[in-house]
Design a protein around this ligand. Sequence first.
Ligand code: GLA
Length: 768
Amino acid sequence: MSIKVTDGLFRLETAETSYVFRVNEMGHLEQIHYGRKLPEGDIESLRHKHELTHGSAVLYDEEKDSSYCLEEIPLEWSGVGKGDFRVTPIEVKLPDNSFTCDFVFENYSLQSGAPAMHTLPSAAGNGAETLVVTLKDKAFSVYADLYYSVYEAENVITRRCVLRSDEEETVLIKKIMSYSIDLPDRNYTVITLSGGWISEANTIERRLETGMLVNESTSFSQHRNNPAVALVANGATEETGDVYGFNLIYGGNHQTSVELSPVGLVRVTGGLNPYCFLWELHKGESFETPEAVLTYSMNGKNGMSQNFHAFVQNQVVRGEWQKKERPILINNWEANFFQFRQNSLLRLAKRGKRLGCELFVLDDGWFGDRNTDTAGLGDYAVNRKKLPDGLEGLSQRINRCGMKFGLWFEPENVNDNSNLYRAHPEWAIQRPNRKASLGRHQKMLNLTMPEVRDYIVENVTQILDHCSISYVKWDMNRKVSDFEDGTFLHRYMIGYYDVLSRIFRERPWILLEGCASGGGRFDLGHLCFAQQIWASDDTDPVERLKIQGGLSLFYPISTMGAHLSMAPHQQTLRDTPLFTRFAVAAFGAFGLELDPSDLKPVERKTVASLLEQYRKIRKTCQFGRFSRIETGNRNIVQWQAQDEEKTVILRVKTMVPAAQRNDYLTVTGLKPDALYHLKEIGNPLFLHRFGGLMKHILPIKLKPNGFILRTVDKYMKMDDFAESYTASGAQLMAGIRLHRSFIGTGFSDKMHMQGDYSAILIEIAEEK
Ligand code: GLA
């Protein structure tokens, strides 16, 4: 049993954490402990003490207790107007026209599993146990059911609130969060993932001082602020120390507030963003909030990430691809944009196949008049000029090449210049009295309307069921505007989940990749349907280290779409080595985003060989236990993935100094006494990287950019020095002194000849 209830004391136990609260003398839910696992026993040392109060305090019930002040008590839920002035999880206008509310314990129930939600996606509940604590407002028949589902193996507790009313008069919900919790102050740094288009998921660290930090989104999209938040206790590192993580299974407008109160309590409350929100709750109705995911680890940020990764893989992601290695795909977007024909696509697919790709994805531009992004969106009839044999013909031919076929859709939006908009302007989200504001030349369809949802479901499924489609990329390229209010935005999300559920729950064989102008929708709500999400339109690997590294705090590697593209990069003009582009994307749901015919012959051969090697480490990279390794050098990023069979290490040097110092490689998690073989995956050296330096090592005089060297560079490469050792786990974990890197004094075949943005990939396997 992971939930124990005795005399008003609730203990929620996971493998490594304990979450304890009680019903106190006033009937409030008092938080006792959330953190490392504790043996059962007396809670006296943990309980909040309040013999005296602060001078300016409002006393809850002076007659009963002259020192009981809600402001000072660690709580599991709170209200308004009774002396708790911290950020509140609930603001409701009750029948007395007042926002004053006071929720006290009514009863509780236990159940195995986790009850599914009616309107929103939620975690699967495999192996979970659920506690529902019902609180009732003291003056009105308004109830808050607090759901706690305990996922023992994953060290996760999910929380949500269902608000119910038995009042004749309508109750107005202005704000209702999924959870609220008060923790002792530990000098926290708050981590959020913030950014924008092609700059998603920057890890922002802010010291929590007295006052409040708010992480929120008002535009659905999480480009700006992902819903995930971490609290890192003072001194915690990647490997050690106390870290709390919070996330939401919701892709709409979200808000998480972290408030350090003057008495040293940290309140975290998260859920639906109250922005423009007003929901009417009538007698007999209930309102359910999104499910929130809470975790704690005493093993640093990596410990928190590993809890989240296991939870997402076991309880959030679904379908036949849940735990399957992702196919290596080739996507035609950066190769073609809107300019393609059936034959050019087939050529591209064949070239991809020759390199080792397993899935061909046809991106935007295949339907209606969609030859630019100003027309055709909404009309999902295939463009016969481009694809004379239709999608059926194209998908069959792709299949005959030995590849699976995938297709791009953007069903939530419409161009004014489309048949759909001409027929149904009333289906678009716009105000009757204002000129609509466009985003990427398009309007959003109103998914709160059943007929709009039916149109999308019919059109998409008609295509999915008549062609051989194994993969869908579901895009969404604008932020919302011209909406009614915040409740409309929430109803939109409910409609959106209905559409996804009707299409994809019945087709579990389809691999769904979410996308929103890159990583604008990276959240657990989408991951309940999509097994992976395109992490960013920025495919520069140096940028991707930040993006994928940031996302890795909360989301597993298997969920991050990551592609090898051409350099100089479309987004940064940075020229990065081919191997680095490969190696960083290898820690993701890997694909190619290029036309192989734009590569030199030697580069094509190299990519083919790298993909062959990738297939052997793919499972470990995507599903292994992932850690970010601290190397102490700001210019080095090191990641590690590990399963029973292998350890794979990626190490990227972003900037190299002249006179490079000794290099050490840190390895963790091996069995000390076992014998391992470590080898570096071959790293190509292309001649053009050395420019004019070539002439210093060539036996004969050749012009660096002359015909001969250009021709050699097209067809030949050298191999960089590759590390290789056989040693015990203990020895490898003691740190490996790597061979030297280039320091400008010449060339040796025992040294690494890599400069800025260079990567090494290392594979370690136990010797059997
Ligand atoms: C968005 C996506 C891209 C691509 C284009 C197509 O920008 O992020 O990957 O699909 O749309 O229009």
